[in-house]
Design a protein. Structure first.
Length: 177
């Protein structure tokens, strides 16, 4: 029996396997939707720990950042750094794509029941965007090879045990808003 037998995404030959802590979760894309989904009930998607409802907000955020990093890598972005910290704050992910650096803010929400259609990206308000601009300036000062930074947001709704939807807002905001 292969590790992937019975996996709903086995036609991808494991290319969407996500590794988190001590487990393997299988993630695929809903046809034509651009939404990534963690397989529910997949034989290879057993985490062996408590469900999403039992995670602290910090743990949920860390899981979201892990999923976002895996998603970005599957799309061809190189993860340069995670949790870049400076005086202005923290950028969740620094990535590289097609000659430009990308600062990514990840917002993860538990969206079970009535909250299923929540929009975590709305938490990236004007204060958060301004903080990210300052973080980008500090990053550029520390890395003189960086001449431009794009700002992306990844919004993740955990909609059930081992199920999540992900939205990637490319160029979510600019330098001069």
């Amino acid at each position: 029996m292969s590790d992937w037998e019975g996996c709903p995404f086995d036609d991808h030959q494991g290319e969407f396997a996500e590794t988190t802590k001590d487990s393997r979760e299988c993630v695929g894309e809903q046809a034509g939707s651009g939404t990534r989904v963690v397989a529910d009930g997949c034989p290879c998607a057993r985490r062996g720990d408590h469900g999403a409802r039992d995670l602290s907000p910090r743990e949920l955020g860390m899981r979201g950042e892990e999923l976002a990093s895996s998603y970005l890598e599957s799309r061809g972005l190189e993860i340069v750094e995670r949790n870049f910290r400076c005086r202005s704050g923290e950028a969740d992910i620094v990535a590289w794509e097609d000659g430009e650096y990308v600062l990514v803010e990840v917002k993860t929400r538990l969206a079970i029941g009535r909250e299923r259609e929540s929009l975590p990206e709305l938490a990236v308000d004007s204060d958060k965007r301004e903080r990210y601009r300052r973080i980008a300036l500090e990053y550029m000062m520390l890395h003189p090879e960086v001449s431009f930074v794009r700002f992306d947001v990844i919004a993740i709704n955990v909609v059930g045990e081992r199920q999540a939807s992900l939205r990637h807002l490319v160029g979510a905001f600019s330098w001069d808003e």
